[in-house]
Design a protein around this ligand. Structure first.
Ligand SMILES: *Cc1c(COP(=O)(O)O)cnc(C)c1O
Length: 826
């Protein structure tokens, strides 16, 4: 293939970027790839034809990039993540290639609208929420910054369930996102690796008389690579997202097949393929699910074998592996990589322990994403041993060396060694994945300043005492391309005018907006842009839920996974209190508000599902009550995902970031809202702290306890019932709920929620209630002054540059990965 495009080739049907070439390619692909005549083609057919058209144009960039990285033996970061939530690709790739307008025109020539084709794409829901979305933002930034990177993950056949609402209850529906095919991926049958599960280990002497270990028996599964190009914005680089799908190994089936056991062979084939069948829909890991362990192992083993293949294939020696690759572990889901790399080096490549351990420790870096103790991943020892016997041996050996080192440094502290051990022996024995990640990594980072501080003070305190130099903070960020350019074109046009079009790849330039925040002439335009997004969301809400909402009302929005620590029910308590105040005092005239909720609950999380029901139940009563005179509307947008997120963030006036201080590691939704001009009402939690510092405390609505106050109150004996008893408004709100006002008189429906609040209240809603209500009153007053609100909104956008994922990736690069950009030329 000739990869240097001459001017005439530029108009080639497969590579040309002009309207004419794109139009030809669209029709060509519709017929030759999709197999349809224009007269009978559906939107879905046209979407696929356009997707293939775009993919054709990515291939040159992608192959050129791979070739260059290989030729230059570029140092590469491998991002290991069990989840990716990239969102639909078409619009994003058109933007990266800079051909959105031409493609729009080409589609129009075919009698269609680009918007409709973008809408026809099913998004890959290969993640639960923030963590997967973060991984996708980082891949975008890595490519845009021209940094050599591979994203490794799993190709779940079914992604996160789709959420339907039935009578106010969440109903989960299987997400068969691959049903219509996935035009963006390329199956790579020649890039496949075997992994072993179960079996046992044997010791033997090799040819040099060294004692070695062999892992034998059990069963083999194959992981096959599916590649998706990740083009950078406005550059020629295109990186790679490589997802592994589990398949049966032919060799394994063959014997039983010949022996006539066709059914047995089929069963094993199906069982093998089950490993990557479905994403676990829990935001936090569940202990003890063998399949989940297998998934983590499939991801890790295939990815490391692939890196070793690439490294040794380019003729480099094994002991330089860590110079070529740095591996970032996105939380502990891939932490087994530490033991797996050791196994590959020791057992497969004959390395000795010390150099292997040195190399391993210089390869991995670990990002922690949670402070919730119940969310720290651990595996029951018997399950682990039965599935990965060789890894358990290696973990024991690592632990032995590690604890010896600890005992030398802290000779008389047995309790310390017990706390640090990779094995939890306080009750039934568990393997502690976070400890494995810490011991095996040269860098350990949290995802917001507060989070990193709490990590080093609490869950990883002992590790911090041991190796303070390994700890660092990397406050999360989001991609301005997806959450501004793509989702808010009106705002983008304005930003490009005042800050120059380069702001999307250099978000610090958003500062150039700041002087305009003091020029009221521009306010009407700013408000028109917001109103236009609110109108579009109102149409979507009406279509999805049948509820009419007023785009002129304040859009007060909380969208994120449903979890008690995120406190959607605190938001609901405020709505109930406001409702009751309006009922009791008809003269009360609050700013008309539309409360928008969205988010999925883990299917096994009963309380979260009850909160979804609560939101619907309150909405049903409030939305219909004439006494409210349309001052309040409550809606729940079903099936919150990236596509829906792109509609919602730009339409928000107020962003609800109300988790109990000390619980949300960072949050990224908070950044997406502010980047789109919403003001935040929030606690001092996660990245809220830094957002508030950046935008200025006068442009942020703060309430609630600090994490230190939370701790102090917990220690002194928190009594939620006392708050209830002493606060009439709170009492009224909870009583209305308990008495069945929102459940047709049924006092049992919300009893679990009420009882929990009154007697346990783990997330201290009642302690923060009054502070929240008072703060909402300040929001109300602020919103009445439209000019002042607009100024604050503009200042939020102008000061959000720091929260671009480009800034974060540059910090990872400087402090952890030590990569150089590699420019790819056409
Ligand atoms: C950003 C995002 C999240 C994370 O939201 P938080 O408010 O940080 O919890 C979850 N899901 C989707 C689809 C997102 O885009």
């Amino acid at each position: 293939m000739d990869e240097t495009a001459s001017p005439t080739e530029h108009e080639h049907t497969r590579t040309g970027l002009s309207v004419d070439a794109l139009h030809r390619a669209l029709l060509d692909n519709l017929f030759y790839v999709v197999g349809r005549f224009p007269a009978v083609a559906t939107q879905q057919d046209y979407y696929r034809a356009l997707a293939f058209t775009v993919r054709d144009r990515l291939l040159h960039r992608w192959l050129r990039t791979v070739q260059t990285y290989k030729a230059e033996r570029s140092r590469t970061v491998c991002y290991l993540s069990a989840e990716y939530l990239p969102g639909p690709q078409l619009g994003h790739n058109l933007l990266a290639l800079g051909i959105s307008d031409n493609a729009g025109e080409a589609v129009r020539r075919a009698g269609l609208e680009l918007e409709d084709l973008i809408e026809a794409e099913a998004e890959p829901g290969l993640g639960n929420g923030g963590l997967g979305r973060l991984a996708a933002c980082y891949l975008d930034s890595l490519a845009t910054l021209q940094l050599p990177a591979i994203g490794y993950g799993l190709r779940y056949e079914y992604g996160i369930f789709r959420q339907r609402i039935d009578e106010g209850w969440q109903v989960e529906v299987a997400d068969s996102w691959l049903r219509d095919g996935n035009p963006w991926e390329l199956r790579r049958p020649h890039i496949a690796f075997e992994i072993r599960l179960g079996g046992h280990t044997e010791r033997y002497l090799d040819a040099h008389g060294h004692s070695r270990v062999r892992w034998v028996g059990g069963e083999l599964i194959r992981g096959v690579a599916y590649d998706t190009p990740i083009p950078g914005y406005g550059v020629y680089n295109s990186n790679l997202l490589r997802l592994w799908a589990a398949e049966a190994t032919e060799s394994f089936d063959f014997g039983s097949f010949n022996a006539g056991d066709y059914q047995g062979a089929m069963r094993r084939k199906i069982r093998s393929e089950t490993v990557s069948r479905v994403l676990y829909p829990n935001d936090e890991p569940e202990t003890g699910k063998r399949l989940r362990l297998l998934q983590g192992y499939l991801l890790v083993s295939c990815s490391l074998q692939d890196m070793l293949r690439i490294h040794l294939g380019s003729g480099d020696s094994l002991d330089r592996f860590h110079q070529r690759f740095v591996v970032q572990l996105n939380d502990t889901h891939p932490a087994i990589a530490v033991a797996e790399l050791m196994r590959l080096l020791l057992d497969e490549h004959g390395m000795r322990w010390d150099p292997a351990w040195e190399l391993t420790r210089r390869t991995f870096a670990y990002t922690n994403h949670t402070l919730l103790p119940e969310a720290l991943e651990k595996w029951p020892l018997p399950l682990f041993e039965e599935t990965l016997p060789r890894h358990l041996e290696i973990i024991f050996d690592i632990n032995q060396c590690f604890l010896d080192e600890v005992r030398i440094r802290f000779p008389h502290d047995d309790a310390l060694a017990t706390r640090l051990s990779l094995i939890d022996e306080t009750g039934p024995r568990y393997v502690r994945m976070a400890h494995l990640a810490c011991v095996g990594s040269f860098s350990i980072n949290g995802v917001a300043r507060l989070h990193t501080g709490l990590l080093t003070d609490t869950v990883l305190r002992d590790f911090h005492a041991l190796w303070p130099e390994r700890f660092n903070n990397k406050t999360n960020g989001v991609s301005p391309r997806r959450f501004s350019n793509l989702s808010n074109p009106g705002l983008c046009a304005l930003l490009s005018r005042v800050a120059g079009p380069g702001w999307a790849a250099d978000a610090e330039r958003l500062r150039l907006l700041e002087p305009y925040a003091h020029q009221p002439e521009i306010y009407p335009e700013w408000r028109r842009i917001k109103l236009e997004r609110k109108r579009a969301l109102a149409r979507y809400i009406a279509a999805q839920t049948g509820v009419a909402v007023d785009p002129e009302s304040m859009f007060d929005v909380q969208v994120k996974r449903i979890h008690e620590y995120k406190r959607q029910h605190l938001n609901v308590l405020h709505i109930i209190a406001l409702y009751s105040r309006i009922k009791m005092d008809p003269a009360l005239d609050p700013v008309p508000r539309t409360f928008v909720f969205g988010g999925k609950a883990a299917p096994g999380y009963a309380m979260a599902k009850l909160i979804i029901k609560l939101i619907h139940s309150v909405g049903e009563v409030v939305n219909r009550d004439p006494a409210v005179r349309d001052r309040l509307r409550v809606v729940f947008v079903p099936d919150f995902n990236v596509k829906v997120a792109q509609r919602i963030y730009p339409a928000a006036d107020l962003s609800e970031q109300i988790s109990l201080a000390g619980k949300e590691a960072s949050g990224t939704g908070n950044m997406k809202f502010a980047l789109n001009g919403a003001l935040t009402i929030g606690t001092l939690d996660g990245a809220n702290v830094e957002i508030r510092e950046e935008v200025g405390p006068e442009n942020f609505f703060l309430f609630g306890l600090t994490s230190a106050e939370v701790d102090a109150l917990k220690r002194s004996g928190y009594c939620p019932y006392g708050c209830y008893r002493e606060n009439p408004l709170l009492r009224e709100a909870i009583d209305l709920l308990a008495e069945g006002l929102f459940s047709h008189g049924d006092r049992d429906l919300f009893r679990p929620l009420v009882d929990h609040l009154l007697h346990r209240d783990d997330y201290m809603l009642l302690a923060d209630f009054q502070s929240y209500v008072d703060c909402q009153d300040r929001v109300d007053r602020a919103f009445r002054d439209a000019d002042s609100w607009t100024r604050m909104s503009m200042l939020n956008v102008a000061r959000m540059g720091r929260f671009s994922s480009d800034r974060v990736v540059q910090e990872y690069c400087r402090d952890i990965w030590r990569l150089e950009p590699v420019t790819i030329r056409p």
